[in-house]
Ligand binder design. Structure first.
Ligand SMILES: *Cc1c(COP(=O)(O)O)cnc(C)c1O
Length: 223
């Protein structure tokens, strides 16, 4: 096995049962994804529509593609045919666009609602209060193409791991509130997507069921 497959195996050996690994392959060449694929990895995360489409065309059809970056409404049509899960739904408008496009394509596309808990102003996402309000309004109940699978969050960009842990705990608490409340009728609402290369163990300790790991698998990205 190559180094990429070795790193994936090493990370996987540390993940508790029930925690899924998304290999974040953005900015890395198709050959690197092929190495991961040959090592058994099937879930890949990309953050740009064009790049995802090109890689999906070049790689085997049994890959599950996840879109993890900020998605512009005008890119929805390009992304929806290829993805099984969109982690980064940060507005009602985007959710409606995904729902309509998936319906038009005759498929169901999983979506995660992105929640903003980090201290930075720049991160995308609903506030916890906005998400609870949206779920209580019934607006998430009538979707036909999009399927709400859970929540996604990013921690503050800091070395203060207590702060990071608190951010992840806040995402998990919101998930629980929705799961036991407005989303309790949805048996597929089961995913908490938190944790990246530098903080995924902290995320797992705070309720993550899906980690998104790039650098620790593929190395540094060259933008
Ligand atoms: C790039 C990215 C990751 C992966 O980050 P690493 O630090 O390379 O593991 C995870 N989640 C999102 C949303 C990303 O954009």
């Amino acid at each position: 096995m190559g180094i990429i497959a070795d790193r994936i195996a090493a990370i996987k050996s540390t993940l508790p049962e029930g925690v899924e690994l998304v290999a974040v392959s953005k900015f890395h060449p198709v050959e690197s994804l092929r190495d991961a694929y040959d090592g058994g990895q099937r879930i890949f995360g990309e953050s740009r529509a064009q790049e995802l489409t090109a890689k999906a065309a070049a790689l085997p059809g049994d890959i599950e593609w996840h879109f993890i970056g900020h998605l512009q409404t005008n890119k929805v049509r390009q992304v929806v045919p290829h993805v099984s899960l969109i982690h980064s739904v940060d507005s009602d408008r985007l959710l409606r666009a995904i729902d309509a496009e998936a319906l038009r394509e005759g498929r169901r596309v999983g979506v995660l609602l992105q929640v903003h808990v980090a201290r930075e102003e720049t991160k995308y996402g609903f506030t916890p209060a906005e998400l609870i309000e949206l779920a209580r309004s019934g607006a998430l109940d009538s979707l036909k193409g999009a399927e709400i699978k859970g929540v996604m969050g990013m921690a503050s960009n800091t070395d203060d791991m207590e702060r990071v842990a608190a951010d992840f705990a806040e995402v998990k608490a919101l998930f629980d509130t929705l799961h036991d409340g407005p989303m309790s009728g949805n048996p597929r609402f089961d995913t908490v997507s938190t944790g990246m290369s530098h903080d995924y163990p902290v995320a797992i300790a705070n309720g993550s069921t899906m980690v998104r790991v790039g650098t620790s698998i593929f190395g540094e990205r060259e933008y």
